[in-house]
Design a protein around this ligand. Sequence first.
Ligand code: UDP
Ligand code: MG
Length: 315
Amino acid sequence: MSTTKKTISVISPFYNEELGVEAFFARLSSVHAEVADRYDLEVIAINDGSKDNTLSELVNVRPRYPFLTIVDLSRNFGKEAALSAGLDYATGDVVIPIDSDLQHPPELILEMLAQWEAGFEVVLAKRVDRDTDRAIQKFSANSFYKLHNYISDIDIPADVGDYRLMDRKVVNALKALPENRRFMKGLFAWVGFKTTTVEYKVEPRLSGVTSFNTWKLWNFALEGITSFSSAPLRIWSYLGGAISLLSFLYALYLILKTVVFGIDTPGYASLMIAILFVGGIQLIGIGVLGEYLGRIFVETKRRPVYIVREVIGRG
Ligand code: UDP
Ligand code: MG
């Protein structure tokens, strides 16, 4: 057995978290102290275009926490892109993405490491309660997982976020994925590997406010579904088939009726309803096509997922 220390890479996206920076590093380093004899720590803090003093706070604490590398993005690219940047800069044997607002208790890292040492390549942190969420949030999160897993080829485990431990093998697999639009929850699940779960209670946000409002979450859910399932596209073939069949039967009925009973007074109302109904259905269908076309459009441009302004703390 080798006696060299393994390295834990913690990657954490920071977006307007100036008030939480101190507390985050204090907690993280006291967790590391418990395993410092066996593990080195590396923290990649990605400043995702914060509009407050997050960056200068990070720079301020760096002398006290030499394990810190700051990756400053050129603007706000969103959490998914920030995590991709973190994966690219992490060098450790295990990589752990964690929210910087301390909603993910860092103490759980010790349990995750134990599972990794036991041979698991992915250790998911599963939240056992959603007490900090409103009822409507719980309901919509549950419905999302149900719908997503029903229509997609891969299952996203419910109540599992980005907080997890990944072996280097898993990280390399993720880095090799070519897509620009990165729905991390889905990609994490897609790459597979030997997986287990540890449980935690989600904590209330230490400071600041969440940057995910209902509209953002809704779009996020659409993103998840369109990046991992083509079911919304296929539905239209079936729907179109069903409507054609019904129209055909109705046409037969009309012809027979005309042949047998002669010409009736023209049915303006039924005609109008049929035209509007089918027109509406077609528009929805075109909208769904557009959704996927938009994804193809974005992907074909092959733009980078994020742009780095500066990396602080790496030679
Ligand atoms: N975050 C980010 N870029 C963004 C939005 C959020 O890097 O555009 C970070 C944020 O700093 C936090 C994590 O992503 O560390 C989770 O964000 P938040 O707490 O707002 O989401 P919630 O916990 O409510 O899902
Ligand atoms: Mg949060």
